[in-house]
Write a protein that binds this ligand. Sequence first.
Ligand code: FRU
Length: 320
Amino acid sequence: MRRLAVAVPVLALVLAGCQAKKAASPPDGKPRTEAGKKYVIGMSQCNRGEPWRVQMDTDIEEAAKAHPEFTVLFKDAQNKSEMQQSHVREFIQQKVDAIIISPKEARPLTKPVAEAYDAGIPVIVLDRKIEGDKYTCFIGADNVKIGREAGKYLVELLGGKGEIVELKGLMTSTPGQERHNGFMEGIAGSNIKIIFDADCQWLEPNAQREMKSALSRFPKIDAVYAHNDPSAHGAYLAARQEGKGREKTIKFIGIDALPHEGVRYVKDGLLTATFQYPTGGKEAIETVLKILKGETVEKTITLGTRIFTADTVASGGKEL
Ligand code: FRU
């Protein structure tokens, strides 16, 4: 078994050099685990500037603690796709046993991930997707469903009509696209109109600035659909700063539902609702373990979501 674990990457290099057949891409049913052996997992986080991402790294760290044979090398790409491309290529050179990546954007990260996969390294793509199918497993919640549920919730809340602002996430990342598409499905057939929208790149200060401009243009805004809780909070702050009391009449909806962030905002009455977006950190470590043991894993692992509103927040939200 030892020979196998070492032989896979070496074989990959030899074959790549000859431009012949590539190494078998994991999971290939070959166990890579062995008693007493240590395993290095490279984790590339797109940024650690946002609380949700710090939580994801913590979830990975906590889950890995149960497996002393795992060492996780955490890297922070500081929201730069080029830096994240380098992370993946460094991990390939280091011949890590597995890679976990939460990519900033789909397109720029597709090629480096494919290179790792072709070199025989199992790659778990977490939360945001890449293009194509050259990765081992994608883990994340269904963002189309979350967007659709948010849309349906607003239709219900506003009695089928209203003027709303959509503060989008980074639209070159898949959750931004999917949360928008799902939302459009959710409000289809209603009289809800998006009167203002902006790509806030997931960032609270951007959302605050965009909301300020929406408030200055539109005397009537019924609700804000923000693609994450920091953006919903930024919008709330802009409304409060305007000084007309509109933070009390506009309904602010967010996504993420971290206990100390979105859930807290709902408890404090700042947000009307937030939808949970689990980090998947624990599931990523469990999946790496399965792959290293030679077990087959699903290509896509879809995590669930919950809605938190004033009515349900005390009891832990409601499953959707
Ligand atoms: C953090 C974050 C979350 C969001 C997720 C989408 O960077 O913006 O707020 O739910 O990324 O990938």
